[in-house]
Design a protein around this ligand. Structure first.
Ligand code: ATP
Ligand code: MG
Length: 591
């Protein structure tokens, strides 16, 4: 059994689970080994899962960072409480769903470090596998007088639903005898009626202050091919109908969803009660619990809006490293650990709030700080010529792979007469407080020698083409005389003759405003024009061996990853995941 949750990660959902377990609420539950109705579960063993949660995406797009919060929550609770979390595709809407999305969602959940296989039990489910049961429950509801076939058209149904201030109006078909509704429902299923000609509605309360309870539609006719059931069905259940019943079939104990479903909970409970009365479910029934969705600044957390960015070509696909999709974050260089750390830090609450993107970025820095090997990379190369160093002489300078982790060993940096340095590490006329290279000044070449700048070379336009300097005697790092030199600047470099030239993509936030789609505004207007800059960089030669998805700290620059798609053996392409410091100055939780 897993360790109990630590108090630091406790939240209101854990309190509910703690109380349920303390009261032995689930102790008599049985489990058929697969989803099913009460008679099947009764024939099974005691449920091996102390609780059951589920992650239920609709396979209509790629998952984003908001889904990561839900994944970490649902799978994390199951892990911490000795439970099982089911991976369930909510694929009851035939027109928007595709296998491509199913595959990518499974891969994303696994990549985040979670799993739906528990011993011999593989808890991977599709709501579409429940269509027979869902239909059976619908007939029960009709027979029991809890549902009816409404033959009004969509406009009339919408008009009859009323408003927040005005009660709804009963449909003229509301008191249709159950036998007539049942016959119609069967004809609907057999394809005898056109789309929109009839719907199945629950018979609840048209005067309810909660509009969700005003005889909601349960089934509609759609002559559409479904990605799993093909053309077997031409009536499809609504989300609000399919969801609670799928939860009950799967023995879910805690059905965790986002706050916008709070008003749907009475319907969730009503449906479970009515179907349980038909003998299909035993108690305790699943409990819906709502939590605040993740809203994050400088991004959008809506599959539909993300899809627009892809379709309009504003980004290079779902896995563009600027996208906060899980595939995008992965390609950007995020580790699963960083995303889980982020989800732990933001916690779970009942109140909507905004999390600054800086919190996500900081989680990545905090995860990689201790893990990422260091490397030298010159992103804006300028040649440095060491005029007193013999042309043919090269030396190997030794640098730690990680300054705090001697266990990771050393790396070797070839040093010679010509080196690449960053263009902005040299200033012909230094501004006040500039400690790096300018004529007459001394700096240390990190892990190498101390040098004194003697001047520079320029082209006809006055652009600096090379910096000239002399190596100071006995100044090599790690040798006895090295400390005799007192210098304020310490710059990185790579050898011109042995550098690895590589494409490096400098990514930044996709939007330049914290709330790009606030108030329904078109988020495309808030795009950051500088969100992607590509440079030819000069890198230390050892980086030629970087494996796709291997992450590094490029010293003084930030964390970078070898792109998982475009890197070739011996020729990696790097993406900047995050800079070393938060240049947006917004690393805080905003209200
Ligand atoms: P979108 O609006 O982006 O399509 P969705 O809620 O429709 O998102 P689903 O596929 O239905 O997407 O969501 C699967 C699960 O992920 C649901 O349980 C949902 O509550 C959760 N989820 C989606 N977005 C967020 C978010 N921003 N924060 C937390 N959980 C989320
Ligand atoms: Mg949805």
């Amino acid at each position: 059994m897993s360790a109990p949750p630590s108090p630091s990660t406790s939240n209101f959902i854990r309190s509910i689970i703690d109380a349920d377990l303390a009261a032995g609420k689930f102790s008599a539950r049985r489990w058929a080994g697969r989803p099913g109705v009460a008679p099947e579960h009764r024939g099974g063993n005691a449920d091996p899962a102390r609780i059951r949660t589920r992650f239920p995406p609709e396979p209509n797009g790629y998952l984003h960072v908001g889904h990561a919060k839900s994944i970490c929550l649902n799978f994390g609770l199951a892990r911490d409480y000795g439970g099982h979390c089911h991976m369930r595709f909510d694929d009851t809407n035939p027109v928007k769903e595709e296998q491509e999305y199913v595959d990518s969602i499974l891969e994303a959940v696994r990549w985040l470090g979670f799993d739906w296989v528990h011993g011999a039990e593989e808890n991977l489910y599709f709501a579409s596998d429940y269509f027979d049961w869902l239909y059976r429950f619908a007939e029960h509801l009709v027979e029991a007088g809890h549902a009816y076939v409404d033959s009004q058209d969509a406009d009339a149904i919408r008009a009859g639903r009323g408003t927040l201030t005005e009660r709804g109006r009963e449909s003229p078909f509301r008191d249709r005898p159950p036998s007539e509704s049942l016959a119609l429902l069967r004809e609907m299923r057999e394809g005898k009626h056109a789309e929109g000609s009839h719907v199945l509605r629950a018979r609840i309360d048209m005067a309810s202050p909660n509009i969700n309870m005003r005889d909601p539609v349960l089934y509609r006719i759609r002559f559409a091919e479904h990605h799993r059931t093909g053309e077997r069905w031409c009536i499809y259940p609504m989300y609000d109908y399919a969801h609670p019943l799928s939860d009950a079939l799967e023995n879910i104990t805690h059905s965790i969803c986002t706050l916008e479903f709070e008003d749907h909970r009475p319907l969730y409970d009503w449906l479970l009660e009515r179907v349980a009365e038909g003998g299909f479910f035993d108690r305790p029934l699943p409990q819906q619990i709502e939590f605040a969705r993740l809203n994050m600044t400088y991004t959008i957390t809506s599959k539909r809006r993300l899809q627009e960015l892809v379709q309009m070509g504003l980004v290079d696909g779902w896995d563009d490293p600027r996208m906060t999709t899980i595939v995008g974050l992965r390609r950007r260089g995020y580790s699963p650990e960083a995303i889980r750390l982020f989800c732990d830090r933001i916690g779970v609450s009942k109140a909507d709030s905004w999390i600054d993107m800086g919190v996500l970025e900081q989680a990545l820095r905090d995860d990689l700080e201790d893990k990422a090997p260091r490397a030298s990379a010159v992103l804006d190369p300028l040649k440095l010529i060491l005029t007193n160093w013999p042309q043919e002489r090269t030396e190997e300078c030794s640098a730690p792979v990680h300054p705090q982790r001697p266990d990771l060993g050393k790396r070797s940096l070839p040093f010679g007469r010509e080196l690449w340095i960053e263009r902005d590490d040299f200033a012909e006329a230094p501004p006040k407080g500039f400690f790096r290279l300018f004529p007459g000044n001394m700096v240390r070449l990190r892990y190498g020698h101390v040098i004194r700048c003697t001047g520079c070379e320029k082209d006809a336009q006055g652009q600096v083409t090379a910096v000239l300097a002399e190596v100071m005697p006995d100044s090599r790092s790690g040798t006895p005389g090295a400390d005799a030199y007192k210098v304020k600047g310490n710059i990185h470099w790579v050898s011109v003759s042995q550098a690895l030239q590589a494409e490096v993509r400098l990514y930044d936030r996709l939007f330049r405003e914290p709330m790009p789609d606030a108030g329904g505004r078109d988020c495309k207007l808030a795009l950051n024009p500088a969100s992607r800059r590509v440079v030819r960089a000069q890198l230390e030669p050892g980086l030629a061996d970087a494996q796709p998805e291997q992450r590094f700290q490029f010293e003084r620059h930030g964390y970078f990853v070898a792109d998982r798609h475009d890197s070739k053996p011996g020729a990696p392409v790097f993406n900047r995941a995050v800079s070393l410091k938060d240049s947006w100055g917004t690393n805080r939780k905003s209200a």
